[in-house]
Design a binder for this molecule. Structure first.
Ligand SMILES: C[S@@+](CC[C@H](N)C(=O)[O-])C[C@H]1O[C@@H](n2cnc3c(N)ncnc32)[C@H](O)[C@@H]1O
Length: 465
């Protein structure tokens, strides 16, 4: 049974995507969290004598010069003013770090670099290196304003070819400076928790009770639909998204992902991570009874065993832990007992014995990581590195263990067009490069050191080999 998703206007965090809303955006630097936070209250109307912020109009006849992206992508980009507009937050004293010179090369018709921000009491310096012109963010009335970004960010945009000259002033000595921005980068999210479906009591705590057949398995789970709508605000148009929840708790994220996939036929995957926390009261009682962290009796009271795992299993299978169909329906009308098509794997992160790994006896332990790296496609295989190579049937990756078998491996690969990821076990970078050069370029290849741990080590000389 197909269920329907709420319309885009209902996405929890999106707010209404109206023109008015777009206009509020003012081109804020959403990719710089510090700045974005500083800009959060920055939605003031336009300042005196200047049009409000908005994209710079591009005429059909305009010579846009060299573009920093393929010409066919033009509809996805727009030009914005590099100098802040608006009545407030656009003056030098409000953003002193954003008052500096941009150097223009008039002969080449481009912006080539930035100067340093000036202390508030220093006047702008109009001298410039040879052949260049210094342009300061000063408006027609002579007010000292500021650029949209700090020098480092502006320099990055210059290096990417995204900062360009606009109109030249009538005296020919200055320019409007614009920059290219992807239209989609400028979506602003707003909290609009307006729906009853977002109620954590009914659609979090009570819902979890139905799936787990017991109360208090997890304190304050979120509403399934609040999480669904939050995810939708980002993955609605991304049916292959990979969603990561580092603090999985009762597993609402997995349940919500499955609900979205069910509705639109998507193949979104998610990775949930949780510790196995035991609540303080229970932990005290267990310790009193002589059970210590790490003991099976202690650990089985942890969140993973009590909530994350059984909830995920119940959501996908439609069966409670005792095997009964989960009662009731979701808000979309779908019976909970219908479950979902998704597969799940539960993996425990443990420390491996270095010596075992060196002796090559731990491929089994790292294979889940390879399966995940290749996208977690199909049932998780368990392969043996006693073979010269493996191409697990249900999944999309292949592993070559013995270099001497490369020719046979290549022939086997040719018969498996579904394979997208290839892992080549060798300690020789030269051998790895040579093998890669003989494999189709469409395959994603990775080198695996024989000592598998070497592949996952960071901040060590090996990591930089
Ligand atoms: C607020 S809950 C998440 C609730 C979840 N969104 C839900 O609807 O059920 C946070 C979870 O993160 C887990 N957690 C806390 N610290 C962690 C850590 N360092 N690593 C992994 N999980 C952790 C806690 O055990 C808890 O289950």
């Amino acid at each position: 049974m197909r269920v329907t998703l709420p319309p885009p206007e209902a996405d929890a965090l999106v707010g209404l995507r109206t023109r008015e809303h777009q206009d509020e955006l003012d081109g804020d630097e959403l990719d710089d969290p510090a700045e974005a936070a500083a800009d959060a209250d920055d939605d003031e109307p336009g300042g005196e004598g200047e049009p409000e912020e908005g994209p710079v109009a591009i005429g059909i006849e305009d010579d846009l010069g060299e573009l920093p992206f393929p010409r066919e992508e033009l509809p996805a980009w727009e030009l914005r003013h590099a100098r802040r507009r608006g009545g407030e937050s656009s003056y030098r004293h409000q953003r002193p770090n954003q008052f500096y010179a941009l150097y223009v090369d008039p002969a080449g018709g481009k912006v080539v670099g930035t100067g340093q921000s000036l202390p508030l009491d220093e006047p702008p310096d109009f001298t410039a290196p040879d052949g260049l012109v210094a342009v300061w963010p000063i408006d027609k009335e002579g007010n000292e304003r500021c650029w949209r970004y700090i020098p480092a960010t502006m320099q990055r945009l210059i290096d990417e070819g995204r900062v360009v000259l606009g109109q030249q002033s009538s005296d020919g000595e200055s320019w409007t400076i614009n920059y290219w921005v992807r239209k989609t980068e400028r979506k602003k999210y707003k909290t609009v928790w307006w729906s009853k479906q977002h109620d954590a009591g009914t659609h979090g705590t009570s819902l979890l009770h139905k799936f787990l057949e017991r109360r208090n398995a997890f304190p304050f789970p979120k509403s399934l639909y609040a999480v669904r709508d939050t995810l939708l605000s980002v993955v609605r148009d991304r049916p292959d998204a990979l969603i990561l929840d580092f603090f999985a708790g009762s597993g609402t994220t997995l349940h919500a992902t499955a609900l979205i996939n069910e509705a639109d036929g998507g193949r979104r995957r998610c990775i949930l991570v949780t510790n196995n926390e035991v609540d303080v009261k229970t932990a005290k009682r267990l310790v009193k009874q002589g059970h210590l962290p790490g003991d099976a009796e202690f650990e089985r009271h942890g969140i993973f065993w009590q909530a994350t795992r059984p909830r995920c299993e119940a959501a996908i299978t439609g069966r409670t832990p005792s095997g009964k169909p989960v009662p009731g329906r979701s808000m979309t009308g779908r019976p909970h007992s219908a479950g979902f098509e998704e597969n799940i794997e539960f993996l425990e992160l443990v420390y491996l014995d270095k010596d075992d790994v060196r002796q090559g006896s731990q491929f089994e332990a790292i294979e889940p990581a390879l399966w995940l790296a290749a996208g977690g496609v199909g049932r998780r295989p368990v392969s043996s590195d006693a073979e010269p190579f493996v191409l697990p049937e249900e999944s999309n990756y292949a592993v070559l263990f013995q270099r001497s078998a490369f020719a046979t491996f290549r022939r086997a690969l040719a018969k498996r067009p579904d394979i997208t990821h290839v892992f080549l076990v060798t300690d020789s970078e030269a051998a790895y490069a040579q093998m890669c050069s003989r494999l189709p370029a469409t395959l994603r290849t990775s080198m695996l050191y024989r000592d598998y741990l070497g592949n996952f080590r960071i901040n060590t000389p090996e990591a930089y080999r």
